[in-house]
Design a protein around this ligand. Structure first.
Ligand code: ATP
Ligand code: MG
Length: 552
């Protein structure tokens, strides 16, 4: 298990256990099944499940399914799959707020009976107007003082489907002048005529999240109800509801922490749905999204996501996390386990003119620079090879490290070559670079100075054609979540597809997870048909930021 840092919530729990060693710690992760999980949810998942694991407690998975209009069984399944993939086990069966609909109804009736809730007939817009603002007090609804008996009858009728959606709702009778806007008679129940994925057509009234959440936390005897900072004021409402319903014996205590926001991406499910609807991304598991399934599809490992969550920690400070932190976690995780291979993603042909065209030679290349046990492989050297277009330049600047006419570079694990001439096609593009190689200057010859720049390459006789999917950020702006028009802010170059070559050994090779293509980055092999190729490589992450130069 990954060590969890001593964040402020851990400290609180530790102290409570010191005081009461027999205390059973119970947490929960409560997703709304209205979308797939993202890396922000992973932060909350790691927190809740790690606490349960660390203190020998339990963590419930509870679907907060109070809005059938937006929810769907497919989201329930996707959420379960992602949590399992991250390696966490929830306590017993997964739970649903809808399991408690009967009880919740009774609690609502109890509030009405105690003159603490009433049926309102204002519409949504009017409720909003009457509520006031931070500066202006709210105004009582004209329906606020209905007799209890009438409220009970109307609520029953609401339940029996007599009234239209939006025509009535149940509101708590708290205080329209409270400084906490959430306490200005919040809505507790509304009418929705939509089939529910769990309860089907049994109900046409549904509790609001705020009403259900605190009661179900109490019923499940959750000790630490952990949520994000935007619920800080809602805590006042939870305390009110639980007190009025006599949940006085150790009610759950809510603690708030900051939401994860990540540079160059959006996490809000509503906005992700918009990108999907406008076909700017291909579904919830698009590798450019920071959904758990998107990251998995791209090639991220569960450990890299967990390490990231550990590194960002749990605080009350709201700050944007740099994407480079997430990238450094996956690089670190893949570095030791990924075999090295050569690939050319943007190829140009290079002919070595002083080699016979039938000549073939096998050279040894290590599979990992640091791990000898990973062994070596033979790479084929011949007169016709591919190099990256960007590794050749006619008019280089001072710091250029590639091949230049009249200059020498070393082909990785191989010979030193010199570029002599270029051939161009009809479009005046370079079609071939003519070189000569220096047989004496092999790496093994210690007398030879070894200070040539090194470029990667691949023999045309030892290569298979593949497709590379090179992902970039979805949004160029750092604070993408704040963009008023996400469609406009979208980066049209967020996925660039290139056809290039990899070593042919890769075709039937089974490896643990990913490859590192030398000098390019980490890649995940996907056996799928894409245009004319059957192998697609997703770039998981570049090596440092070097990759940017390959994208034109
Ligand atoms: P979104 O705003 O992305 O649609 P949400 O908060 O509506 O997310 P829920 O399904 O309600 O999504 O979230 C389940 C749990 O995950 C909640 O406890 C919530 O606080 C937590 N959570 C959601 N987003 C983040 C985030 N970005 N960082 C940390 N925790 C999060
Ligand atoms: Mg929510």
């Amino acid at each position: 298990m990954i060590n969890i840092k001593n964040n402020f919530i851990n400290k609180i729990i530790k102290n409570s256990i010191l005081k009461n060693p027999n205390r059973k710690i119970r947490t929960r992760f409560p997703p709304e099944p209205n979308g797939y999980l993202h890396i922000g949810h992973a932060k909350s998942i790691c927190l809740n499940f790690n606490i349960a694991n660390r203190y020998n407690g339990t963590c419930n998975l509870r679907f907060d399914d109070t809005n059938p209009k937006k929810e769907n069984k497919k989201y329930v399944n996707a959420i379960k799959k992602d949590i399992k993939w991250l390696g966490f086990n929830w306590y017993k069966n997964s739970k649903y707020t809808s399991n408690y609909f009967k009880k919740l109804y009774k609690y609502a009736v109890q509030l009405i009976q105690n003159n603490l809730a009433y049926i309102d007939e204002l519409n949504a817009q009017e409720i909003k107007q009457y509520r006031g603002t931070l500066k202006e007090k709210g105004i009582n609804s004209p329906f606020r003082n209905r007799p209890i008996k009438e409220n009970l009858t109307l609520f029953k009728k609401m339940k029996n489907g007599i009234f239209k959606e939006g025509s009535m709702c149940l509101r708590a009778k708290i205080n329209m002048e409270s400084p906490y806007i959430i306490l200005r008679d919040p809505v507790l129940y509304r009418i929705i005529f939509s089939k529910h994925h769990q309860t089907k057509n049994e109900w046409c009234i549904y509790p609001m999240y705020d009403f259900a959440h605190c009661i179900v936390d109490a019923l499940e005897e959750i000790t630490h109800s952990l949520c994000t900072l935007e619920f800080i004021d809602n805590r006042q409402l939870y305390i009110w509801i639980l007190k009025k319903l006599n949940f006085t014996q150790k009610p759950p205590r809510q603690y708030e922490f900051s939401k994860l926001t990540l540079e160059h991406t959006i996490l809000s499910k509503r906005k992700i749905q918009k990108l999907i609807d406008t076909k700017l991304v291909n579904g919830w598991n698009d590798p450019r999204l920071h959904t758990i399934s998107g990251l998995r599809n791209k090639g991220y490992t569960k450990n890299s996501i967990k390490t990231f969550c550990q590194k960002i920690g749990i605080t009350k400070q709201q700050n944007m996390i740099e994407l480079s932190l997430l990238e450094s976690c996956i690089r670190k995780d893949l570095n030791m386990s990924s075999p090295r291979r050569m690939a050319v993603i943007n190829p140009v042909k290079l002919i070595i003119t002083n080699i016979d065209k039938y000549h073939i030679e096998y050279l040894d290349a290590p599979n990992h620079p640091q791990i000898k046990e990973m062994g070596t492989r033979k790479i084929l050297f011949s007169n016709e090879i591919y190099i990256e277009k960007e590794d050749f330049c006619k008019k280089p600047n001072k710091n250029y490290k590639g091949l230049v006419l009249g200059k020498k570079v070393r082909l990785k694990y191989s010979y030193v070559i010199q570029a002599n001439k270029i051939l161009k096609n009809k479009n005046n593009e370079i079609s071939c670079i003519l070189c000569t190689y220096d047989l004496n200057k092999t790496k093994k010859n210690k007398q030879i100075k070894n200070n040539y720049n090194i470029i990667h390459w691949i023999s045309s006789k030892n290569s298979i054609k593949v497709q590379f999917h090179l992902f970039d950020v979805l949004f160029k702006s750092k604070n993408a979540e704040k963009e008023s028009n996400i469609i406009q802010a979208y980066n049209p170059n967020s996925c660039i597809i290139k056809t290039g070559y990899v070593e042919s050994i890769i075709k039937n090779e089974k490896i643990k997870h990913a490859y590192q293509f030398e000098r390019i980055g980490y890649f995940l092999k996907k056996n799928k048909k894409y245009e004319n190729t059957t192998i697609v490589f997703n770039r998981i992450v570049s090596l440092k930021n070097k990759y940017k130069k390959f994208i034109k």
